[in-house]
Design a protein around this ligand. Sequence first.
Ligand code: PSV
Ligand code: MN
Length: 432
Amino acid sequence: MAARFEIDDDFIAEQNAKAKQWLDDDFDHLAKKLGRRGLNIEELTAKAQSFRVAVPSWGVGTGGTRFARFPGPGEPRDVYEKLEDCGTIFKLVRSTPAVSLHIPWDKPADSAALREFALMKGLCFDAMNSNTFQDQAGQKLSYKFGSLTHPDPSVRRQAVEHNIECVEIGKTLGSKALTVWIADGGNFPGQLHFQRALDRYLESAREIYAALPDDWRIFLEHKLYEPAFYSTVINDWGTSYYCAAQLGPKASCLVDLGHHAPNVNIEMIVSRLIQFGKLAGFHFNDSKYGDDDLDAGSIKPFQLFLIFNELVDAELRRAPGFDPAYMLDQSHNVTDPIESLMMSAVELTRAYVQAHVVDREALTEAQEKCDPLMALAVLKQAFTTDVSPILAMARARAGGAIDPIRTYRESGYRRHKAVERPEQVGATAGIV
Ligand code: PSV
Ligand code: MN
């Protein structure tokens, strides 16, 4: 492969030097403010540095709506170029070393070579995502009327085998989990027998579960609706929990924030799943109406904070079995995907650190003394604390960028990639 443009460490250091003075000033000032509240800024900075979220391979391509896709310059054309972009995100924000692949979109010709390439970029592989919600060229049987729950056992077999193939590929890549989201459901009343469909799901999922290596997990992802508009088989966390419980200890429930009705109390769902030892992790994104796949924290940052409040509560009390996998799952239709993913990674770290700022003793006291106003005030105090200097310092100390978006833009990365990756007619990177 010819030499490819990369943002190098010297360039990041040069850009950081311009912002270091104000960062030091802001950090010192914040240290004093937090100190008055009994909080140690160094401990919070260490927390920020420990935070990790995986980047979805499909997120680095320009997404689309049901109506159109407007490709951007220098889009990645294959899994190697996707990893290149993921490596760039990691270099600048330092919290995203893992990449989540989607098969067959990212099916590698040589898994060992792909793993080697990722390693060179400092990357590793997070959960594998199977795809039985589309028909692929040359596929024998169609998923038009379902996959793992299809009435025809040979379609179910094909879907089960695809999932097992994802595990096989994942094994060679060093992944340890399979995320299963199915689009199965009905568009019209009467189309599906609800119970038979769920029974078939369990039967198929049991076969996939049986093929998991000992140290693997399976994440069941529920979704309220779309593309099935009347009834979806795995439609909510209750159904997901039931299936995970039926399958066994390696199965747990993945919460994609966009997969709930508007106004649903997602933080409470998160708390329930933690309590039942079945929280697999997240697909983070944000939404205004449905599964909008907007950038994390862009619409409802307070909700994101409240979710992290539950996660940090579980972390601090060492809740049994609590080991959530954090991933992004966004579609970038009008922004540069690299910029959106960096911004989202930063927003998640922000919510995580803010949740560590919560005065938990005061919160418990307010709860026990039936003082709702004070309970809310405690949460609001943390949520309104601007922890930006902590986030920037954590990145800088890890060799990342104080200002990732500005550094990325100044580097001309996208311009260079536009030359290296000439536009492909009919390319379908991203979610279309
Ligand atoms: C479905 O809406 C979903 O959230 C699943 O995680 C898919 O794998 C992903 O989006 C990409 O289509
Ligand atoms: Mn998802």
